[in-house]
Unconditional design. Structure first.
Length: 115
């Protein structure tokens, strides 16, 4: 497993995080710089540097992340009003941490197009 990113350190409990969900395959915790009243990151425990690095073998894991994001959104009371899931990929996508993560944003109306 890569030791490189801050998210690996969160998985290993080397730095603190406000964890809202965990299972054998993923971890979800609150973003340290929230961009909405609810801003949670859902990450795989397996290190995948980004969705752009995913292979067909990662299909079940990617599906798991989205289903858990939906479950967590419902648990956070966001299902009725709606919410947004975002995956930033690479420099132009605004990705700053090289460990695949799904942003769950909710609690306010979202704008489109995103900046
Ligand atoms: P991205 O720009 O898509 O790579 O998103 C990375 C996200 O990780 C940003 O929204 C950061 O605020 C968030 N982040 C960085 N460090 C931490 C941390 N220690 N705990 C929680 N969220 C973090």
């Amino acid at each position: 497993m890569s030791e490189k990113t801050i998210f690996s350190k969160i998985i290993r409990r080397e730095i603190p995080a406000d964890i809202v969900y965990e299972d054998d395959n993923c971890l979800a915790f609150r973003d340290i710089q929230p961009q909405a009243p609810t801003h949670i990151l859902i990450i795989p425990k397996e290190v995948v540097a980004g969705v752009q690095h995913a292979t067909p073998d990662h299909g079940p894991l990617l599906g798991h992340l989205l289903l858990k994001a939906s479950q967590i959104a419902a648990e956070q009371g966001l299902a009725a009003a709606g919410y947004r899931l975002v995956i930033n990929a690479g420099d132009d996508g605004g990705q700053t941490v090289a460990h695949l993560h799904v942003h769950l944003l909710g609690g306010r109306p979202m704008q489109w197009p995103p900046g």
